[in-house]
Design a protein around this ligand. Structure first.
Ligand SMILES: O=C(CO)[C@H](O)[C@H](O)COP(=O)(O)O
Length: 220
């Protein structure tokens, strides 16, 4: 099983985003957090900024929509060329219909669940998604502590994905660092979002390499 590191530019310098994206050119994905001050209380940016990020990034975009009404906006992020577009199960009216629409646009379709949202209803629908994002913090802010109690969801997902031989990426987001990436990898995650752990040091690309090595060493 391969692993993917997706640095979250939420922890980057917003007035030097191009520079900070170029600092993680060895990453597999670049995680772009869209927050609307409604689904979550925080606010980041939207389509216009993401379009510029898409234009300057050599790394494919992993867009995470923490917004209400994803049916209105998700297709627009797919349109601008995002590699993966993930919306929240709690916000979508019909997650399967939205995932199908995104796939029809040629984008990997992801569904995200908050720590308190059960994964049960999605287990029988895994074929409909290319990615399941298990939030390991409450969405909204970087720099929070990893919630171990979300790991049973990942174990359940990993068991089913392997049993059915599906190509569904299992992503974790929130509080991922050199220690917690080992826990999440052992539980079955293969795609790791890390903001603070990548950007807090002097050399973000080295942090990407270190995180990847740890995930590989502890992968399920
Ligand atoms: O989606 C997010 C917050 O909702 C961020 O991607 C996530 O929190 C990453 O930040 P950190 O690695 O600092 O926890």
């Amino acid at each position: 099983m391969s692993v993917r590191i997706s640095p979250s530019i939420l922890a980057a310098d917003f007035v030097n985003l191009e520079r900070d994206i170029s600092r993680i050119s060895n990453a597999d994905l670049v995680h772009v957090d869209i927050m609307d001050n409604h689904f979550v209380s925080n606010l980041t940016f939207g389509l216009q900024m993401t379009e510029r990020i898409q234009q300057v990034s050599t790394v494919p975009l992993d867009v995470h929509l923490m917004i209400d009404n994803p049916e209105r906006w998700a297709p627009e992020y797919a349109d601008l060329g995002a590699f993966a577009v993930t919306f929240h199960a709690e916000a979508a009216v019909d997650p399967v219909a939205l995932a199908r629409a995104l796939r029809a646009q040629g984008t990997r379709a992801g569904v995200a669940v908050k720590p308190g949202t059960p994964i049960g209803p999605y287990l029988e629908l895994l074929e409909e998604f290319d990615l399941v994002l298990v939030m390991t913090v409450e969405p909204g802010f970087g720099g929070q502590s990893f919630m171990d109690e979300t790991m049973p969801k990942l174990r359940q997902l990993r068991e089913l994905v392997d049993k059915r031989g599906l190509d569904v990426w299992l992503e974790v987001d929130g509080g991922i660092d050199e220690r917690t990436i080992e826990i999440a990898a052992a539980a079955g995650a293969d795609t790791f979002v890390a903001g603070s752990a990548v950007y807090r040091g002097a050399d973000p690309s080295l942090r990407v390499t270190e995180l990847r090595e740890r995930a590989l060493a502890h992968r399920h």
